[in-house]
Design a protein around this ligand. Structure first.
Ligand SMILES: Cc1cc2nc3c(=O)[nH]c(=O)nc-3n(C[C@H](O)[C@H](O)[C@H](O)COP(=O)(O)OP(=O)(O)OC[C@H]3O[C@@H](n4cnc5c(N)ncnc54)[C@H](O)[C@@H]3O)c2cc1C
Length: 203
């Protein structure tokens, strides 16, 4: 799913879904899945009561492309695993964030500023043989980075709760919105109830 001018988020793999959460939760009562309505009520109860561990039965891996300054906020979420493309080992691509609505001379200056930085970076790496891990210091924090994020359902709900909030920065909020859409397809009851109970959106 495209996010921002050149970013994206893709759900590349997942394990479990609503049924895994229901199964794990019902172990507490030595019961099994009943009607869809009863299961939905159970998940609603878990969310309201903060009984979060059954949601850890779901795991998601996302492929994310986002500006460095967004990744920096994202990586604060410790309950998950990240593997990021390294600018020690890979040459940075000329790919940077442009906020929507920039136009005219401001857009020109924005592009010029970024391109001057990339020209210098490429000169340092190419002509001067400066190691990539040092040369990267001249690049702006709006350049795009790529990482995989593996996270369980409970930690993902914490991320969504914090990053869908209106106080979160717009540029990470739009990723959280895209992720909520993606996981609702995989686990519609869990994330539908989460949306209803925690985010107060929906029915
Ligand atoms: C709007 C907004 C503004 C922010 N501004 C700033 C800022 O100005 N400066 C700044 O530094 N950060 C800032 N943050 C980051 C914030 O402080 C958290 O680091 C970030 O949101 C991750 O949240 P988390 O700890 O709940 O997530 P995770 O790290 O994924 O942790 C999940 C949960 O695990 C538990 N946990 C994890 N580690 C520990 C631990 N060591 N001890 C006890 N419990 C733990 C907690 O219950 C936690 O909620 C901001 C976040 C938001 C959403």
């Amino acid at each position: 799913m495209q996010v921002l001018n050149n970013g994206s988020v893709t759900l590349i793999e997942h394990m479990g879904g609503d049924q895994a959460v229901i199964r794990n939760a019902r172990r507490c009562w030595r019961s099994e899945s009943k009607s869809e309505n009863a299961d939905r009520q159970l998940l609603r109860h878990l969310i309201k009561a903060g009984h979060k561990t059954p949601f850890e039965a779901m795991t998601f891996t996302f492929d994310v492309k986002t500006p460095l300054f967004v990744a920096r906020q994202w990586f604060r979420h410790r309950m998950g695993s990240f593997n990021e493309e390294s600018l020690r080992y890979c040459v940075a691509l000329r790919d940077y964030y442009i906020p929507q609505g920039l136009e005219g001379s401001l857009l020109e200056q924005w592009n010029k500023h970024n391109n001057v930085a990339f020209d210098f970076y490429e000169e340092l790496v190419g002509q001067h043989k400066i190691v990539k891990e040092q040369a990267r210091s001249v690049l702006p924090i709006g350049i795009y980075t790529n990482f995989y994020w593996t996270v369980n359902g409970s930690s993902l709900m914490n991320f969504l709760h914090l990053r869908l909030d209106r106080h979160a920065q717009y540029e990470i909020r739009v990723y959280a919105e895209a992720i909520l859409e993606l996981v609702k397809e995989v686990a519609p009851i869990s994330f539908g109830e989460f949306e209803r109970e925690v985010l107060n959106i929906g029915e």
